[in-house]
Design a protein around this ligand. Sequence first.
Ligand code: FAD
Length: 492
Amino acid sequence: MAHAIVIGSGIAGIASALRLRKKGYEVTVMEANPYPGGKLHAMEKKGYRFDLGPSLFTMPHLVTELFELFDVKPEPYFSYFQKETVCNYFWNDGTRFTVNSNMDTFVKDACKAFGTSQKSLRHYLKQNRRKYELTAPLFLEKSLHKVSSYISKDTIKAISQIGKLDINTSLDEVNKTYFEHPKLVQLFNRYATYNGSSPFKTPGIMSMIPHLEMHYGTYFPKGGMHTIAMSLYHLAISQDVRFSFDSKVDRINVAQGKVNGVESASGFHKADLVVSNMDIYPTYKNLLQGQKQPGRVLQQERSSSALIFYWGISRNFPELDLHNIFFSTSYSREFKAIFQERTLCEDPTVYINITSKEEPSDAPEGHENWFVMINAPGDYGQDWDSLKRKARHWIIQKLSARLQVNLESLITVEHVLDPVGIASSTSSYRGALYGAASNSKFAAFLRHPNFTSSIKNLLFCGGSVHPGGGIPLCLLSAKIVGDLAPKPLNHA
Ligand code: FAD
């Protein structure tokens, strides 16, 4: 039987393994860590459970369709529910705004809070939808780099409408053309961070991201985010996908322009097809030394990283929900610090995720498990110990003032993850959360394809390659890998 090796068990690695299994391959996933999931990992400390990585879950159908592929019911592996409160927003001047999942309620609330007209808000949301519908079939669901992708009705339609996609203006500029209120502009600018970019640089086409959240909704997977990876892992095991943990791959072997296996500390492992779920940068630099390197792709600016404090908090905060944002006063100052000065801003936007709001067992009774994250630059050798100390102080000061508590005195448990830790636990170059940043209009085209024309039978999936980072796009990358993989010769 044709054998495929997947390097890495991130969400895209597991999903690719399932797609290849369905196609008829015998599949082995080799994972450097002793556990599956990559960035989708979790930990427990003194009665608190924390998801270490992603916290926002959209487009759950991309997970359930993997179960459907094998005619397996997702429950009891995986179940989820939609959130009515999408996100609570707080500003330093005391303003508070809640985004409701019902579009009409959101429009009514936003117009009242920010004095904008229903007409312009609805027009904005309609344009966002249009951008998504025009570009998703080409940019997200297919390989951008195959000629066949361009010979389709969808592509001709997208190209004919290119002027309406706001490719030549920044997201901030587009948002300012629709809204006068700076807080509403900031709220919509935040979506640039969903792929680790700056709203002042990322093109206006990215206003399709709020469409995904507002139209398709936000969800919570029962048991927490970690269950997304674990449920797919268990599905893969049930379909005879083999997992080899503590198995770091050191080299991808290529002979006569074709992959024939990989090497690890335990020796040579033969394969007919290899899929790398590892970040594209170390894949080339470490595993494909001596092979032609895609210079421009590897030099692309990386997405932002994050600094996260996982805090056990010894009381409940009824004013908070699952997702809460405490905005900075100056977004432009904050993004200049992150992308130009490569440092942290003294007034950062703080995101608090509290899964114990949905899963009370995630924290002891009367307590909450806070995942407190600020956007951070990638690791360029900064003094992270000093930055972490400062950021902790700024965050505690800010949240104490907004919530009118002495936050420091409520912290019972602490764990910290910084860009260096993200890089070392998942091999993400510079600790980037989403691979390359989308800080230019060419970013989508410079992202590495899911294949390489210089090496046969080598494919790529995950957040650092096409179509990009974040759980939904990672799952789409696996789908593209499944489509690109040659049919195994043994398969009828
Ligand atoms: P990764 O998760 O990067 O895993 C790669 C795997 O490959 C790792 O397990 C690693 O150990 C393994 N590996 C690497 N090198 C080797 C080797 N040589 N041999 C064997 N194995 C190897 N996304 C969202 O959708 N919503 C969010 O709210 C969100 N928030 C985030 C918050 C944080 C703090 C982080 C870190 C990320 C967040 N993301 C979010 C992004 C999301 O987590 C990633 O885009 C996605 O999980 C990446 O998955 P992946 O398949 O690319 O692989």
